[in-house]
Ligand binder design. Structure first.
Ligand SMILES: Nc1ncnc2c1ncn2[C@@H]1O[C@H](COP(=O)(O)OP(=O)(O)O)[C@@H](O)[C@H]1O
Ligand SMILES: [Mg+2]
Length: 287
């Protein structure tokens, strides 16, 4: 599918599938087209070309059916502070058309999922940042959807809260929920996703298990060479002339696919990482 804004193709020929019961991480730098992709999947935006099928339904024609079976977690906390956690969840159980007789159980299940069963009836102001975030996720999933969509769910959160969300997303996957999340944090994709789709300039440029992507695009080992700018330029020129793949990492040049290569300049040898592959594929240094 393709989505254009004026002359810019925000999403340019995207073609991917999410296998049921797995977590797919859409990993890419800012502006790659992650949010645009998510918005098309939720029916908030319509592709200019191509067809979109989610959970066996055609979008946008059947977006109502899709919404019933999909849970969407917003990036910004828009919980109702006038209501308790239980009431926040009950409102959404109603919006998501959970049958009246099932709503109580659905809310209890969401509270359990969020680890907030013992805080169900307190004020929202009494919750920590991490608790609120967990509630926000659980609210989007109160109708136990088949597919959960999370667009950059941890952007800007402090590390402790991020870790709590990771645990929650991990549990969703253990429960067999299909999860599609976007992120620009390499570590997050590496930790949570079974399959990572690396996105750049509106396209998925590579897709696979994190370890497969690393091996395929950066090799097994990397040698990092430190030195003054002139030395780095020299190493760079040598690497280019001998056809070796490199990456600049701050004060060093990293030579990729260094395993078994004994003619490299002296440097620090380390294992290749998903970050190395990401930089090769997107042309952008990690943030
Ligand atoms: N509503 C819009 N109008 C114009 N350009 C947009 C709009 N939404 C996104 N874009 C552009 O499309 C590209 C992809 O944006 P986005 O999907 O938000 O990327 P990401 O979520 O990966 O950061 C960017 O160049 C962005 O500026
Ligand atoms: Mg975005």
């Amino acid at each position: 599918m393709i989505k254009r804004f004026g002359a810019v193709a925000a999403v340019d020929g995207l073609d991917f599938e999410v296998e049921e019961g797995t977590c797919v991480g859409l990993l890419g730098p800012n502006g790659a087209g992650k949010t645009t992709t998510m918005r098309m999947l939720t029916g908030q935006a319509v592709p200019d070309e191509g067809r979109l099928e989610v959970l066996g339904y055609e979008l946008p024609a059947q977006s109502k059916q899709v919404r019933a079976e999909m849970g969407v977690v917003p990036q910004l906390d828009n919980l109702d502070v006038e209501l308790t956690p239980r009431q926040n969840l009950a409102v959404f159980a109603h919006l998501y058309r959970v049958p009246r007789r099932d709503r109580g159980a659905a809310v209890d299940e969401a509270l359990r999922r969020a680890g907030l069963s013992d805080r169900a009836d307190t004020s929202l102001y009494a919750l920590s940042g991490g608790m609120r975030r967990r509630l926000l996720v659980a609210r989007g999933l109160v109708h136990s959807p088949r597919l959960a969509l999370l667009d950059e769910p941890t952007v800007g959160l402090d590390p402790q809260v991020r870790r709590q969300l990771w645990e929650l997303i991990d549990r969703l996957r253990d429960e067999g929920m299909t999860v599609l999340m976007s992120t620009h944090y390499i570590e997050e994709a590496e930790r949570l996703a079974d399959t990572v789709a690396i996105m750049a300039h509106g396209r998925i440029v590579a897709r696979g298990r994190p370890d497969e992507l690393t091996l395929e695009h950066a090799g097994r080992e990397v040698v990092e060479i430190y030195g003054p700018p002139a030395r780095l330029r020299e190493v760079r020129a040598w690497a280019d002339s001998t056809g070796r793949a490199v990456r600049h990492t701050g004060l060093a040049i990293a030579i990729l696919r260094a395993e078994g290569d004994n003619s490299l300049p002296d440097g620090e040898r380390r294992s290749a990482t998903l970050e190395d592959a990401y930089v090769v594929l997107t042309g952008e240094e990690a943030t």
